[in-house]
Ligand binder design. Structure first.
Ligand SMILES: Nc1ncnc2c1ncn2[C@@H]1O[C@H](COP(=O)(O)OP(=O)(O)OP(=O)(O)O)[C@@H](O)[C@H]1O
Ligand SMILES: [Mg+2]
Length: 507
């Protein structure tokens, strides 16, 4: 596929027969793609299909092994500098902000305005303020990024790209951390930027979004370009089928009606930053969902419950086999069989320089060692089984975790905890960034461990997921539980109206 059109202006940005290898493996295999000014071009594919790699090549972060990138028909010299100079900005899949620095400093990171070698703070703040205004987000410029919600960090990340006044904006799964309302906001903003002449490349696992704002779509599978087409010429089902290379089995939500057992987790009067006097129980074999908007205090609540963050008041008791343990610190939680899959997997969940096997081995020590030494053969076998179960691609458990694509890293974190068969597990956004096929697999796994008696507490901003998994949903707002919905009453509307404060029904 070469440039589109004959005699017209060249596309604003063009990737021409790009090949990128890592060692022996081929991540991007002869992919060509052109984006015009004013166009929003979707790039979709399963986890590990090569989307992020292709985008990093476009942004000059990775040099292609073959092929070239052109801007306005001119071949782009290698390296990030020339990509930045050509007006290409990339919003990474994983947040890349510096937590200890302020919002303003982060927005201008690497491009501080200076005068005689000194940073011009006034100018820096002005540029940052302008960028935030451009995207219509208000946040204190002097606030340290570590104090912001994940959603706000995502917007700061976008402001950072926009501050460079790019002509080409590449976004790698920008809505993964956002709620529906925040997503709407972002999508409207992108349409506005495109209408102003920007060329936008957009990666997402959320197919409905793609159909809402994109003009064209490129589908990748195993590094290869399956198809590039105007969005008007394809249906969402066809996109998914092309992504997975077969017809995806769209099985109906499996209903679990096992009776939950005794109360395993009992939290009472939990008060912590962002959490305002919450009581909560989870029974053996039960999946309890926490719904609400970002900032409602769901992650804060689960972290306070397991002792990952300090609580100001409240008691948490874990009852397993008649034995009651009080959970005060995170160490005591882990010691007593509690598992936690955090929202921020890269910083909290995974040792990136260790192999998949070693990552899985970490929390499984008790189960896999006999008389104090590790059973090398057994761990490999167990790790391989778990990797297959979560659909790790490629399923090479001796690879370093950091070499896996974003969605696959999430699968590794899940595998390491699910394999432990914990008594109580907390899953915070368990399938963020996971592709549609693997998502269904992971839902099945979560239901399986519940069926085996684990008490499950799940936080998800993905409403269909929350509804599909949960036996009961507590909806939070402003640090409190504002309503509780059983399977019968729970639907997108009832959850959202409680989350937004539109209705306050007590069960
Ligand atoms: N630094 C690296 N070293 C080795 N292999 C890598 C590296 N980065 C990516 N890969 C491999 O390249 C392939 C494509 O990965 P990429 O991150 O582009 O996928 P992706 O489509 O963005 O997936 P996801 O939806 O999970 O983000 C994968 O097989 C991945 O394991
Ligand atoms: Mg990716």
């Amino acid at each position: 596929m070469g440039s589109i059109g004959s005699g017209g202006a060249p596309p604003l940005i063009e990737a021409d027969h790009i090949v990128k290898r890592f060692g022996g493996a081929i991540a991007v295999d002869d992919v060509s793609l052109a984006v015009q000014a004013g166009e929003i071009h979707a790039v979709v594919g399963e986890n590990g299909a090569g989307k992020s790699t292709l985008m990093r090549v476009l942004a000059g972060i990775l040099d292609p092994d073959e092929g070239e990138v052109r801007v306005d028909g001119q071949v782009l010299a290698r390296g990030t500098r020339s990509a930045i100079d050509a007006g290409i900005a990339l919003v990474h899949q994983e947040l890349s902000l510096v937590p200890e620095m302020t919002v303003a400093e982060n927005i201008l990171l690497g491009a501080f305005p200076t005068k005689a070698g000194f940073t011009e703070y006034k100018e820096l703040k002005q540029i940052a303020a302008d960028a935030l205004e451009e995207i219509g987000v208000s946040v204190d410029l002097d606030e340290r990024v570590k104090r912001l919600s994940v959603a706000l960090r995502q917007f700061v990340e976008i402001a950072r790209a926009v501050a460079r006044k790019p002509r080409v904006l590449i976004l790698d799964e920008p809505t993964a951390t956002l709620t529906p309302a925040e997503t709407d906001y972002l999508l409207a903003m992108l349409e506005r930027l495109a209408a102003g002449g920007m060329a936008i490349a957009y990666i997402s696992h959320r197919i409905p979004e793609v159909f809402r704002i994109c003009t064209n779509v490129t589908i990748l599978r195993d590094g290869k370009q399956v198809l590039t087409t105007p969005i008007a010429d394809i249906t969402p089902e066809q996109v998914v089928d092309q992504m997975v290379g077969r017809e995806l089995k769209r099985d109906l939500a499996t209903h679990r009606d096992a009776e939950p057992g005794e109360v395993v987790l009992r939290a009472e009067g939990i008060i912590a930053p962002g959490v305002n006097d919450v009581d909560l129980q989870v029974r053996a074999g039960e999946i309890v969902g926490l719904g609400g908007l970002v900032g409602a205090g769901r992650s804060e609540l689960v972290r306070a419950i397991i002792g990952a963050d300090n609580r100001t008041a409240g008691k948490v008791a874990l009852t397993v086999g008649g034995k009651v343990s009080m959970l005060s610190t995170y160490q005591s939680s882990v010691r007593n069989g509690v598992a936690y899959v955090p929202e921020e997997r890269r910083t909290d969940g995974l040792a990136l320089t260790m192999t998949v096997t070693d990552n899985i081995r970490l929390p499984n020590r008790k189960q896999l060692s006999k008389a104090g030494f590790m059973l090398g053969g057994k761990i490999k076998e167990v790790a391989q089984q778990l990797a297959d179960k979560v659909g790790l691609r490629p399923p090479e458990i001796s690879r370093e975790a950091g070499q896996y694509s974003g969605g696959n890293q999430q699968k590794i974190v899940l595998a390491k905890w699910l394999g432990r068969r914990p008594d109580f597990i907390v899953l915070d956004e368990p399938t963020r960034g996971v592709d549609v096929g693997a998502k269904a697999e992971i839902h099945r796994l979560v239901k399986d461990i519940a069926d085996q008696g684990t008490a499950v507490l799940v936080v998800s901003s993905d409403l269909p997921e929350l509804l599909e998994l949960s036996d009961v949903i507590h909806v939070m707002r402003d640090g409190r539980i504002t309503g509780t919905l059983g399977r019968e009453e729970a639907n997108e509307k009832s959850v959202m109206s409680l989350a937004s404060g539109e209705a306050e029904v007590k069960a």
